[in-house]
Ligand binder design. Structure first.
Ligand SMILES: Cc1ncc(C[n+]2csc(CCOP(=O)(O)OP(=O)(O)O)c2C)c(N)n1
Length: 578
């Protein structure tokens, strides 16, 4: 922390002390005090992204790997460009400190019309839009900077969601008023305590419910990971012997190599036997799973409310019983102390898929995914883009210690490439493997330049099927070849070099033999690798699971019939859910 820090210097130093060593962003005149403070800081490095949306996605990936991230954008166009990325972080509980610069307070008092605002001179409008993407926001002054920074840290880390920190340009360069706070790292952050009375009744209820059940299954959610409780969940699972299953949003939160892992629980598109195993247990201990379309096979899960104990992020629920605020950490501690022993289902661990194709066979998804399963190693960070690849990756059992990143709730295509960049910078000791579709990659491929510039070394598999594949399957399932799903035919493997990634291994594979050679190279490569798989449009599967589509879109997947409005409404009516 500098002597007599300015507001911008103080905030940067205080947040960096949590253990954040990068700030992703694009500079701008209103944000210069932030930019200068970051540049002068010995604790953080400025990471210039290709645009603010990419910067937000990269901050998201960094935060998923490291616990929290910093993002910095300028007023108006800068912050509004970032908003989709920050909204995704809000949706998926990813903590980001978003630093934004405002016009000077003096000019605002004079009522000036400034660039990056509408002609009405309303300087608050941009901020008000951005607030919607965050859990808390503030506008700093020299007097409030210390207290407000503490509040922002508390809100961001308690809820694991983005916060928005704004400061007028002139205030940003003034010294803070008051005694600086020195912080502790993110892992030592202590969330506000549970209410003692609520905790007591919650623990009583957990005891009652758990002791009445002889068989049980757990559903650990992504929130277990976000709150740093994955090791605690594993402790509970190992001590109790409880079997567990996860949805796509929760993938690899707990070991998928353990025989306690049943497989993916996604309603009617669950792995074989998993739906029945979960839904016939005496008790389902649900760690606040998100019952969204993609995480439930379009709400085709069915958990009896009388057997459904929810250990929420900050509550406990069982039937009509509800206690809050009770933190997940406290509930999990109570479960560990209770030391229940369950008879709990086990399912046979599926054999690894055989490696389809060989030699001069055209490369295909069928050839790729089993090879990818064999390619992954413990401790990898696997980043999966929205699209067909996400569906296929969900089926692969991850080696122990893999962090799996996807965005199934917000589902903004293009997210994965910058996310992989952020994850790679967050922990250079871990290998980052990105699997992305061609359509998604076209949205944010310019972030490859930043990867090269900052020395990130991901292994990127680019699946070129010439289309927005998953959209092709769900848009009108009788007709392939919608004009709107077609893509500009890029030479993807030539992009890294064009973007200055000079030492990258980059190749396009057309046959299985070429894929094998490229993967063998990537397995031992010291440099980043970009492997474009020339799959062709014929690689698209014939359909997604028909009942899933019917449920989601209220139409017949094989006929392409458009339902009447009444039919669509009937198809959409969700089952009552607790
Ligand atoms: C920002 C954004 N725009 C549009 C969409 C709609 N969308 C969802 S998946 C998808 C296609 C993805 O295509 P691609 O990356 O080529 O992967 P594939 O399905 O072919 O594997 C689109 C356009 C979206 N989710 N997000």
């Amino acid at each position: 922390m500098p002597q007599n820090p300015t507001v911008a210097e103080y905030v940067v130093a205080r947040i960096a002390a949590l253990g954040i060593d990068k700030v992703f962003g694009v500079p701008g005149d209103y944000a210069f005090p932030w930019n200068d403070a970051i540049e002068a800081s010995e604790d953080v490095e400025w990471v210039g992204a290709a645009n603010e949306l990419n910067a937000a996605y990269a901050a998201d990936g960094y935060a998923r790997a490291r616990g929290a991230a910093m993002l910095c954008t300028t007023f108006g166009p800068g912050e509004l460009s970032a908003i989709n990325g920050v909204m995704g972080a809000l949706a998926e509980s990813v903590p980001i400190f978003w630093l934004v610069g405002l016009p000077s307070s003096q000019l605002r008092r004079e009522g000036r019309i400034l660039h990056h605002m509408l002609r009405d001179g309303d300087y608050r409008l941009n901020s008000e839009i951005c607030w919607q993407a965050t859990v808390a926001h503030t506008e700093l002054t020299p007097e409030n900077a210390i207290a407000e920074t503490e509040r922002m840290i508390r809100e961001c880390l308690t809820y694991r969601k983005p916060v928005y920190i704004n400061v007028p340009q002139d205030f940003a360069d003034m010294p803070i008023v008051g005694q600086p706070v020195t912080g502790r790292p993110i892992r030592d952050f202590v969330a506000p305590p549970s209410n003692p009375d609520q905790l007591r009744v919650a623990v009583d209820k957990i005891k009652e419910v758990v002791s009445a059940a002889s068989s049980a299954v757990a559903l650990p959610s992504y929130l277990v990971d976000r709150h740093g409780l994955a090791a605690k969940f594993t402790e509970f699972a190992q001590a109790s012997g409880i079997a567990y299953a996860t949805g796509p949003m929760d993938k690899a939160v707990a070991s998928e190599a353990s025989d306690q892992f049943l497989g993916m629980y996604v309603g009617i598109i669950s792995a074989p036997g998993v739906k029945q195993a979960v839904e016939t247990a005496d008790l389902v201990i649900d760690f606040d799973v998100c019952f969204s379309d993609e995480n439930t096979g379009a709400w085709t899960e069915s958990i009896d409310p009388a057997k459904h104990l929810v250990i929420g992020e900050n509550f406990v629920r069982f039937g009509d019983f509800y206690a809050t605020p009770v933190s997940m950490a406290d509930s999990l501690a109570a479960l560990i102390e209770l030391a229940p022993e369950f008879t709990t289902p086990r399912l046979p661990v599926p054999e690894p898929q055989s490696l389809a194709g060989a030699g001069d066979d055209r490369v295909s998804s069928a050839a790729f995914y089993p090879r990818l399963a064999a390619f992954l190693t413990p401790n990898d960070i696997v980043v999966s883009e929205t699209g067909l690849s996400n569906l296929k990756l969900a089926e692969i059992r991850m080696p122990d210690g893999v962090t799996f990143m996807n965005q199934p709730l917000w589902g903004s295509i293009g997210w994965a490439t910058p996310c992989a960049f952020g994850a790679a910078l967050a922990d250079p000791s871990r290998r980052v493997v990105l699997v992305t579709g061609d359509g998604s990659h076209q949205l944010t491929a310019n972030e490859l330049g930043a990867m090269g510039r900052y020395g990130a070394k991901p292994i990127i598999f680019l699946l070129n099927n010439e289309t927005f594949g998953v959209e092709e399957l769900v848009s009108n399932t009788d007709i392939y070849g919608h004009q709107y799903n077609k893509l500009a035919p890029w030479n993807y493997h030539e992009v890294p070099a064009a973007m200055g990634c000079a030492d990258w291994y980059s190749t396009k594979v057309r046959t299985v033999a070429e894929l094998d050679a490229a993967m063998a190279h990537a397995a031992t490569s010291e440099s980043a690798c970009f492997i474009e798989l020339d799959l062709g449009v014929e690689d698209l599967p014939p359909s997604l699971p028909v009942p899933f589509l019917n449920r989601l879109y209220g139409k017949t997947a094989t006929s392409g019939d458009v339902p009447t409005f009444a039919q669509a409404l009937a198809a959409f009516a969700p089952p009552p859910h607790p």
